[in-house]
Ligand binder design. Structure first.
Ligand code: NAI
Length: 360
């Protein structure tokens, strides 16, 4: 992977060119514009390579990936075509080190990887649809660029508070983006998402500025492990930045439903007062639950960013920490928490690679 990383862009462009020339029948499975897609393939490979020595994490990651590929229409017979083109691209750009042994190692790795994905997809097929249709039932514009979008799915959608889904709009077919659920599972089955229209974000702009009740979206399966462990009663320290408050609100509802009186401390960060678009909901929750404390942290007022604010309170070493927000906030937040003694195994957040896909 070291050989490939510096020329990653070239490898992926060449890979897709090979794939579409040799297998034109696979082209309709991919979005019309391939820019974001290119990054994804390499990110998946890098993630797999990074966890190559941790079989448990790697297998879980690949199983999710396999399940997630069902919504694209991926079939087991597509995997050899992809593998062959991937090897073609890698051997071309890693030619300095490429030999029979390297090729054999890649074939072995790819065969194992694809088999785990194929098996996970096949098992999932027996119990869940490849995707869910979701009708927009309400669209609440909270700021000029943040909307709360609520949908009703065509079939029951099981998930856990703190997880996210992938979402496709009718305006950008086959372009999928991740959004966290903004509530714990509700008795009426409705799902809500907080969406910020980001610059050049096709899906987010469509959801904020175009989507209206009656529009039909598609959802992929739930994913993510930022969920509450209900077998313990340790406190929860939650950092939600911007629309990252969405899954934190879901976690608070989850704790409330489980009836444990465990302390939950929420730090809700935003650039300005105006960006604290969900503060009323969070303060209402605080009023209803004595175990919950919500602290809004606004950059402009305090001249400090969300992770710094957390240092001023605590101690947090008995807490499980949950972070949700922009990738920079997650990275700095994890550093700040470790710095003040929170053990890494108690810190939870979505993978930063997936957060990149949360944008747009
Ligand atoms: N599961 C998750 O982790 C979720 C992540 N998100 C992501 O959250 C982001 C929200 O975007 P916005 O509302 O525009 O956020 P924003 O850019 O307005 O920032 C929100 C908060 O994060 C802090 N922050 C931002 N960058 C930081 C850095 N480098 N170091 C320390 N603190 C930093 C800011 O001070 C602010 O308090 C999006 O990137 C979205 O993809 C959204 C929902 C769920």
């Amino acid at each position: 992977m070291d050989e490939v990383a510096p020329v990653a862009d070239k490898v992926t462009s060449y890979f897709y060119a090979l794939l579409f020339v040799r297998h034109p029948d696979l082209r309709p499975l991919f979005p019309a514009a391939m820019d974001a897609q290119r990054d994804r393939l390499l990110k998946a490979l890098l993630t797999a390579a990074e966890h190559i020595d941790n079989t448990e994490i790697l297998v879980t990651y690949l199983q999710n990936l396999g399940r997630g590929h069902r919504k694209y229409g991926t079939r087991p017979e597509h995997y050899p075509a992809v593998g062959e083109c991937l090897l073609g691209a890698l051997s071309r750009f890693a030619d300095r080190i490429w030999d029979e042994e390297t090729e054999a190692a890649w074939v072995r790795a790819y065969t194992t990887i694809s088999q785990v994905m194929i098996d996970a997809a096949a098992a999932d097929e027996l119990r869940a649809p490849a995707w869910w249709y979701a009708e927009v039932v309400s669209h609440d514009l909270r700021t000029p660029d943040v909307a709360v979008v609520t949908v009703r799915t065509d079939q029951p959608y099981p998930f856990r508070a703190g997880q996210y889904t992938s979402l496709e709009t009718p305006w950008w077919p086959r372009v999928w983006r991740h959004y966290s659920f903004a509530s714990a599972p509700r008795s009426d089955g409705l799902l809500s998402f907080h969406v910020k229209a980001v610059a050049a974000g096709w899906v987010s702009n469509a959801l904020v500025h175009r989507a209206r009740p009656g529009d039909i979206l598609r959802l992929g399966p739930p994913a993510g492990s930022m969920t509450v462990d209900h077998t313990t009663d340790s406190g929860l320290l939650c950092l939600g930045g911007g629309t990252g408050i969405a899954p934190i609100k879901a976690l608070v509802e989850d704790v409330a439903e489980h009836g444990h009186r465990r302390p939950v401390e929420v730090f809700y960060g935003a650039r300005t007062d105006h960006d604290l678009y969900d503060i009323d909901t969070m303060l209402r929750l605080q009023q209803s639950h004595s175990w919950l404390a919500v602290r809004p942290i606004v950059d402009q007022q305090a001249h400090l960013q969300l992770p710094d604010a957390v240092r001023e309170f605590g101690p947090w070493n008995e807490y499980d920490a949950y972070l949700s927000g922009p990738p920079g906030m997650i990275r700095n937040g994890v550093d700040a928490l470790m710095d003040i003694g929170v053990p890494p195994e108690r810190i939870r957040h979505d993978a930063v690679e997936d957060l990149v896909a949360l944008r747009g």
